[in-house]
Design a protein. Sequence first.
Length: 111
Amino acid sequence: MESSKVRPVTVSALFYESMKNIFDYGIEQFGELQALKYECLIYEELQRLPQRYWVHPECRHIQTKSRMYRSVMLPAHFILYRITATHIEVLDIISYRESISNIQKRRQINL
């Protein structure tokens, strides 16, 4: 069964850059405590990804026959990742306000 396989996760540099921006914005808008809570939520989801990569829905903006592009839904963002034959590639964390064309450009990220 495909969903029972555990796969290693690789995370892009763009994801970490976006995380820094989200954290900085969170501090400015909501305070350090809330920014830390949101950051913890995001990293908890990343930790679960090796075992639960099939649980999350296909990214509706990047649909493929193989359903390889998936998204972890969060309160204000989603984590975009790609399932490959050997591992999971976390491409970016994206605001729900982002344009569809900008989201689709993320499929070009190579790890």
